[in-house]
Write a protein of this length. Structure first.
Length: 313
């Protein structure tokens, strides 16, 4: 029977090829591991999402956007990665952001598969650090309306929680941001009910080795997390950059999803300058998976230097 099944599969593959179908099958589970000091860092891919950069980027000429994308052999819409990052320390397993989960239809929701493939289970996660409460960062908190990470405490800035968990603030945002309110409420709801949400204010140590840094603009409480182990540092910068091909060359280019586009640009410039000056590893939510690398300065802007692939950490 196995030989028959194999033959059928081979015949089907041949038939598809003969018909000129050039589609590819699904990729394998997306995870990539590296070391930052004594910590193990695992990038987890929740999915990819078609991003209409030419329509959503602001404070930059559309022709410039098209040209910068073309120089990187890209065109709008760009497939943007939805990355999250797992950090294993001596006594904690910390997840930074959770992906879109069910909130982006078939474009997200693959983080649990990647997590299991990497050797961990959702119940192993002790803490979740959210950079902000947009749907593609909080949607992965739940599955079928229940907590996917039943033993985790969710940490989020009070400024972001106060904003996105209050429907009175809907009148303060553009229409494009209105879905973020129910996304945040539905995703955090089970954790709030279970008493598993902890808020913090300002720049502070959220956990040992995890330093929260306010970076407002994209959202009121948008937060970076500086992960430190020994002499090494990793800056998880959330939505500081959405389209690297454009925003590294033109840091002033913001996005319609920013609550305050000018403040977001200021935060982005600060992140880029600090990453260059201090040689930080960067964990980027929307840079092509695994979203781990460094920033270098160029004659006219900045460039992304991806992690050099290593099979064995």
């Amino acid at each position: 029977m196995k030989r028959v099944a194999l033959l059928v599969a081979l015949l089907l593959t041949t038939a598809v090829a003969a018909a000129g179908d050039v589609r590819i099958g699904p990729q394998g589970p997306g995870f990539y591991r590296m070391r930052v000091g004594a910590d193990e860092v695992t990038a987890l891919l929740d999915g990819t999402h078609p991003f209409p950069a030419d329509e959503l980027l602001t404070h930059v000429d559309r022709a410039k956007v098209d040209g910068l994308l073309k120089a990187e052999y890209l065109a709008s819409p760009v497939q943007g990665s939805i990355n999250a990052f797992l950090v294993k320390t001596a006594d904690r397993l910390v997840l930074i952001d959770t992906g879109a989960g069910p909130l982006y239809a078939g474009d997200g929701g693959f983080l649990p598969t990647a997590l299991l493939a990497s050797g961990y289970r959702p119940e192993d996660v002790t803490d979740i650090l959210l950079t902000h409460l947009h749907r593609d960062h909080v949607g992965g908190l739940i599955r079928n309306g229940t907590m996917l990470f039943p033993n985790a405490t969710v940490h989020v800035s009070k400024a972001d929680a106060d904003f996105w968990l209050d429907t009175a603030n809907e009148r303060k945002v553009k229409d494009i941001l209105l879905p973020m309110f129910p996304g945040a409420m539905d995703s955090l709801g089970p954790y709030l009910k279970a008493g598993r949400v902890a808020t913090f204010q300002g720049e502070t140590d959220v956990l040992p080795g995890f330093h929260a840094i306010p970076a407002p603009g994209h959202t009121p409480g948008h937060t970076w997390y500086l992960v430190t182990s020994g002499s090494e540092h990793l800056l998880a910068w959330g939505d500081t950059v959405h389209v690297a091909a454009v925003q590294l060359a033109e840091p002033g280019a913001s996005i319609r999803y920013d609550v305050d586009e000018e403040a977001a640009a200021t935060s982005r410039k600060r992140a880029l300058d600090e990453a260059v000056a201090k040689g930080y590893w960067v964990a980027a939510a929307h840079v092509s998976f695994p979203g781990l690398g460094h920033i270098r300065r160029t004659a006219s802007g900045y460039a992304w230097v991806p992690v050099n692939y290593t099979r064995t950490p």
